[in-house]
Design a protein around this ligand. Structure first.
Ligand SMILES: C[S@@+](CC[C@H](N)C(=O)[O-])C[C@H]1O[C@@H](n2cnc3c(N)ncnc32)[C@H](O)[C@@H]1O
Length: 302
């Protein structure tokens, strides 16, 4: 079989007839396979692409923007897996009654942890998540039970198929009253159809909590399961609420690439430092921001 791979130009008449295509209708030639032929040789954008030296792709790219604005700027169908853990609204409610976690917290303000992402923005978020994911991919959303009832129908409206909630079993109970919290949900969504890599994995993921970490930091071990189940080496994994970058670490340690953003500049700095050990990445200029303030919030037992 003669294969004319994408070469950036239309085959000339002689090449086509050499390939057995003597008709003017190229589809009539059964053993000639061609890929799209634009842009053409005489197209300046083709020229500049050919003359540019190949650039090495960074392992990770971080940003300090709002999640939705950042997703908007990504090309459609450019991400192979999205795992994220928004600062959901119900966290604020739990904070108000002081039962979520024992993170160090000034009396003056609850915003010294991080900004909350309102449930009213889920529609615009999921629309963008759906757009940036390629066909036949998975999307995982960390959340609590209350947020699950808000998020599930909105993600379905954006086009996702909802499979089931996975449970992250933290193995020890947290603060609170009534039944003290020991688990969190991870909503498992699909765009198109994608098989999990290992059909023998349970829907309860047992990994201990992170102690003395970033506020609401998730253990790398949880994202490690999701990355291994729903992506392949070299894939692009994104997290628009990356916090301290636990999803990024799981991505890079499995040979994937990572794209992430967080509104909190200190979180971006923490993630950058964390991911640098895997290799070169792109990070935004954060000016004078230091991790000191953030680190002062870390270090107390959740
Ligand atoms: C629960 S934390 C993520 C923790 C992360 N999974 C980890 O393991 O460290 C949620 C993060 O969302 C960020 N955030 C809140 N609103 C945001 C927004 N509109 N866009 C981007 N990030 C936002 C907060 O700054 C916070 O770092």
């Amino acid at each position: 079989m003669r294969l004319l791979a994408y070469s950036g130009y239309e085959p000339r008449e002689r090449e086509r007839s050499n390939a057995g295509d003597t008709t003017s209708d190229r589809s009539a030639c059964a053993d000639l396979v061609t890929f799209p032929v634009t842009p053409r040789r005489d197209n300046p954008s083709w020229r500049s692409r050919r003359m540019t030296q190949p650039v090495s792709t960074p392992l990770f790219e971080l940003s300090n923007q709002d999640a939705v604005a950042w997703l908007h700027a990504l090309p459609a169908a450019s991400v192979d897996l999205l795992i994220t853990d928004p600062a959901y609204e119900s966290l604020e409610k739990h904070r108000a009654v002081g039962t979520t976690t024992r993170l160090k917290h000034s009396k003056a303000s609850s915003n010294d942890w991080f900004t909350v992402f309102p449930n009213a923005r889920f529609d615009e978020l999921f629309e963008q998540v759906y757009r940036v994911l390629r066909d036949d991919t998975h999307f995982y959303l960390f959340c609590d039970a209350e947020t699950m009832f808000e998020a599930k129908p909105k993600a379905e409206r954006a086009g996702f198929k909802f499979w089931k909630p996975l449970v992250w079993d933290k193995q020890t109970i947290g603060m609170g009253y009534h039944y003290r919290a020991r688990y969190e949900f991870i909503l498992f969504f699909e765009k198109g159809k994608r098989r999990l890599n290992d059909l023998g994995i349970a829907d309860i993921i047992n990994v201990p909590r992170v102690h003395r970490g970033y506020p609401a930091e998730k253990p790398v071990g949880v994202s490690d399961v999701l990355v291994k189940q729903s992506s392949s080496p070299g894939d692009v994994i994104a997290d628009p609420f990356m916090g301290s970058g636990s999803v990024g670490e799981a991505a890079l340690m499995n040979g994937r690439r990572f794209l992430g953003t967080d509104l909190n500049a200190a979180a971006v700095r923490v993630t950058g430092e964390r991911l640098q050990k895997f290799g070169e990445g792109r990070q935004p200029d954060l000016g004078d921001i230091t991790t000191t303030d953030l680190l002062s919030l870390m270090g107390t037992e959740p």
